[in-house]
Design a protein around this ligand. Structure first.
Ligand code: SF4
Length: 81
């Protein structure tokens, strides 16, 4: 018997994952085919760039950490009044 969880994939609404999905934790294997548990059409998801649900790939966003000295910040805030 198939659980509801896998039934949604075998019904055909979900398309198999694509190459870029390899390594993603959202991949679900059903009947030796791999599907995305989050997105029905992984191919479409990647067409515009990196899939935003991907757990294995992240867009190259450089987060610049600005270290703020709390004391100086407080002084600056005070000065601005
Ligand atoms: S979440 Fe994105 S990268 Fe992961 S399997 Fe689904 S479509 Fe592929």
């Amino acid at each position: 018997m198939q659980s509801n969880e896998t039934a949604k994939f075998s019904e055909g609404a979900f398309q198999p994952v694509i190459e870029q999905c390899e390594g993603c934790e959202r991949i679900v294997e059903v009947d030796s085919a791999k599907f995305c548990n989050t997105y029905a059409q992984p191919g479409a998801k990647w067409r515009l760039g990196i899939c935003n649900f991907a757990t294995h790939a992240k867009p190259e966003v450089k987060v610049v950490k600005v270290r703020i000295n709390p004391l100086k910040a407080a002084k600056r805030a005070n000065r601005r009044g």
